[in-house]
Ligand binder design. Structure first.
Ligand SMILES: [Zn+2]
Length: 533
């Protein structure tokens, strides 16, 4: 993101080293689990038909297992990056396999007696093809008997045409099973990613690191996936079989599947899946090796933290005594009932705690930012690696609870009708003067008060984005937030972030009647599929 990334400041070095002392880095169970059942490593780059590289597993080799966290990276996040960049084909349990980390999401394949059941299809056709090729080479060449979408996000259906042809589905040979009515699944799958798609794509550059360089001062991990793929071919085929009631069962290729309908959780339509013969359970994206988003920063309707907890609890009630393994569409499995039950319980309690504490403080008069500043997870929850904020964060999840329950206004009359950012910034600059703001920004930066430095300098950037004589770089379509050493009077100057991209990824154009599509996300240096998580 930064055109000339700097070394960590002394304050950052100290903060990261102090953080290291708080973590149980000797706990390597996650590494053992992430490696467990490896059948074959990824065969190499994922390459599109036009020759461009969609994903290169070696591109993040700088996050090696034996490479300690650099001063610029929080060691807990670096650890998550080390876990997320291991990829390949894995056997999870008898008959159940996953291809992990050649895409943002996992490909899960269950081998039935007469065919393969594919649970989620990755974000891109090319990654899904590579995954299925590995399955064919190492597991089975049985035909695909069914596809199951666990929820409406594109990293779970976008690769579907890398797995089946449309004719397989329209002929009825391969059903696609999904949560919600077919109309509802279509509505949210298409609507969330297309109607507001350009805005989401723009925001996702910030949310998922699409602007970061691939080095130790740049990209580390998306939290629940490795680096976003670049310019994947994205496809969609509408479901043919809807699950709208918990307890619904389907027999597919000789195996029984039972579903728990979990709407309005991590996605508007989502479901958990139980395969009794394998004692295998997935809570889809409602249980992960990371705190998830109650409000994804790429933008989407706010989620309901209560429902995360409710459906995780219901899952434990139904299958908690029998489950032997939990696998997810992101991150790695949890084996053993004695491990997976505490894992699901702890995730359940985390989302419930966030919900309840946010509302408790709201009722006491706290505004969202005030509540987010003081709420911390109890140690029992916070010390679990999987509850940490690699993807969602506690701070923005607390604010999201307010949004979900109380709406966008924070309850302070003064904030109801404020000036927009540029108008407000001009007034601040007129009042204080550009030099004084620059001086204060530099002082705050040197004092490691980065939040205040960003807040005060933000006024200057917005008020005078095209005033080079004042030390502010003229923004371009490729400019970034840049702190340069050659500003006015030797202090830092800043350029404004690229709000208007020359190339914003365009998404599939479709009418409501069109239920199948393939469209390529543009292959720009910063295009990404991760906006759809
Ligand atoms: Zn996902």
């Amino acid at each position: 993101m930064c055109q000339t990334p700097k070394d960590a400041t002394p304050a950052t070095v100290t903060a990261n080293r102090e953080a290291l002392s708080r973590y149980a880095m000797e706990d390597r169970q996650d590494f053992a689990d992430a490696d467990r059942g490896l059948i074959a490593p990824l065969p190499g780059k994922v390459v599109a038909d036009d020759g461009h590289v969609v994903f290169d597993p070696e591109a993040m080799a700088y996050i090696g297992d034996d490479v300690p966290a650099p001063d610029t990276v929080n060691p807990s996040l670096w650890r998550q990056g080390q876990l997320m960049r291991r990829g390949g084909l894995y056997q999870v349990t008898d008959r159940l396999y996953q291809v992990r980390n050649n895409d943002l999401a996992n490909l899960t394949v269950v081998e039935g007696d007469e065919g393969l059941i594919v649970i989620d299809c990755m974000a891109g056709v090319e990654s899904a093809r590579q995954g299925m090729k590995m399955i064919r080479e190492h597991v089975s060449d049985k035909p695909v008997a069914a596809i199951i979408y666990t929820h409406t996000h594109i990293d779970h259906y976008g690769g579907v045409k890398g797995i089946v042809d449309l004719d397989d589905v329209t002929s009825g040979r391969v059903p696609i099973i999904a949560p919600g009515t077919i109309a509802s699944f279509d509505k949210f799958a298409i609507g969330e990613n297309v109607v507001a798609g350009n805005a989401m794509a723009r925001r996702s550059f910030y949310a998922f690191g699409g602007l970061l360089d691939l080095d130790a001062k740049g990209m580390v991990t998306c939290g629940i996936g490795t680096i976003s793929t670049r310019g994947p071919l994205i496809s969609y085929i509408s479901p043919t079989d809807s699950i709208t009631e918990t307890g619904t069962k389907r027999e597919i290729a000789g195996l029984e599947f039972e579903f728990l309908y979990a709407p309005d959780t991590e996605a508007p339509e989502e479901m958990h899946i139980w395969i009794p013969e394998l004692a295998a359970l997935t809570c889809a994206e409602n249980a992960n090796h990371s705190l998830h988003n109650i409000q994804t920063l790429r933008g989407a309707r706010t989620r309901d933290a209560r429902n995360f907890a409710r459906y995780l609890d219901e899952t434990l009630e139904r299958w908690g005594d029998e489950a032997a393994v939990h696998y997810g569409p992101h991150t790695w499995p949890v084996w053993g009932n004695e491990n997976l039950v505490p894992f699901i319980e702890s995730q359940r309690d985390t989302y419930k705690y966030i919900h309840d504490q946010a509302l408790r403080l709201a009722n006491k008069g706290y505004t969202p930012l005030e509540a987010a500043e003081v709420i911390e997870l109890p140690d029992e929850l916070a010390r679990k690696w999987y509850n940490r904020g690699y993807h969602g964060t506690l701070h923005h999840d607390v604010r999201a609870v307010y949004t979900k329950e109380l709406g966008m206004w924070d309850g302070d009359p003064v904030t109801l009708h404020p000036h927009p950012p540029v108008e407000s910034a001009k007034r601040f600059v007129d009042l204080l003067g550009a030099q004084k703001i620059l001086d204060e920004g530099k002082r705050a930066f040197e004092a490691a008060d980065y939040r205040w430095a960003a807040e005060i300098l933000h006024k200057l950037v917005f008020a005078q984005p095209e005033t080079p004589k004042r030390g502010i770089s003229k923004p371009t379509s490729t400019s970034r937030w840049v702190i340069k050493p050659k500003g006015l009077s030797g202090v830092e100057s800043i350029s404004r972030p690229p709000w208007n991209y020359a190339k914003v990824p365009s998404l599939p154009r479709m009418s409501p009647r069109v239920r199948t599509v393939s469209s390529r996300c543009p292959s720009t240096s910063s295009s990404t599929s991760s906006q759809y998580i």
